[in-house]
Design a protein around this ligand. Structure first.
Ligand SMILES: *Cc1c(COP(=O)(O)O)cnc(C)c1O
Length: 223
């Protein structure tokens, strides 16, 4: 079973990266990104013991949630406000929040469900134009906006690093997000999580403090 081997290898690499950084390996949550997984693969991942799954697309989330209703679900894609009603009832965390109108709609749906929705603010650390996320200078503005909504709790920051050959080239991105988190947490103690690190760069992200890594290809295809 190739996926089992892949998962075991990733878990070992997570542990080693944590140990290198003198961190507890259990402080890093492995989130399996299923945007390229079939329904059968989603079922297999759960059977193999993965408890945290992430999806980028609301419609796919609805389908895959049916297969794995007991997993902890994370939403990591661009948020369309008319799809928030499908996301909030299913996801414990929404990682990709970057606009005020998303906060308004998430709060509206969450309050109907008598739920406090945990969200992370996506930050465009690298400044690439193609990247989603707020500019670093805008994080405070969004936090101040979000505090007016009682059905939302901001629990962390998320980023995607540029695609590079060598993950060392994006270490600065992860380090910078951690520094932002440390600074922000002085005023906003609920902001603890750092969702950063994917197949190509998760070990460097863990060395820089990631508490959640979002891994797709390395689980499904190896590498
Ligand atoms: C696809 C995706 C991932 C996983 O990327 P891999 O390279 O497949 O590990 C993580 N985060 C986001 C936001 C994604 O869209």
């Amino acid at each position: 079973m190739a996926m089992l081997q892949n998962i075991l290898k990733i878990k070992e690499r997570i542990t080693q990266a944590a140990v290198r950084a003198h961190r507890d390996p259990n402080s890093v949550r492995l989130i399996a990104v299923v945007k390229e997984a079939s329904l059968e693969q989603v079922k297999a991942l759960v059977d193999l013991g993965l408890s945290d799954l992430a999806e980028n697309y609301a419609q796919q989330l609805v389908k895959k949630f049916e297969i794995a209703p007991n997993a902890t679900w994370h939403f990591i894609g661009r948020i369309q406000t008319n799809k928030v009603k499908y996301i909030v009832p299913r996801c414990e965390y929404i990682h990709s929040v970057c606009r005020e109108e998303e906060i308004v709609e998430i709060d509206r749906i969450a309050s109907k469900l008598k739920k406090v929705q945990k969200i992370l603010i996506e930050v465009n650390v690298s400044g690439e134009e193609s990247k989603a996320g707020v500019e670093p200078e805008e994080i405070s503005r969004l936090l101040n906006f979000a505090k007016n909504f009682s059905s939302i709790e901001v629990v962390g920051l998320m980023t995607m690093a540029p695609l590079v050959e060598d993950a060392e080239q994006v270490r600065w991105v992860f380090r910078k997000l951690r520094q932002m988190r440390d600074e922000i947490a002085k005023e906003w103690p609920s902001v603890v999580h750092l969702s950063m690190g994917m197949t190509n760069d998760f070990e460097v992200a863990i060395e820089e403090g990631a508490t959640m890594v979002r891994i797709g290809r390395a689980i499904l295809k190896g590498g």
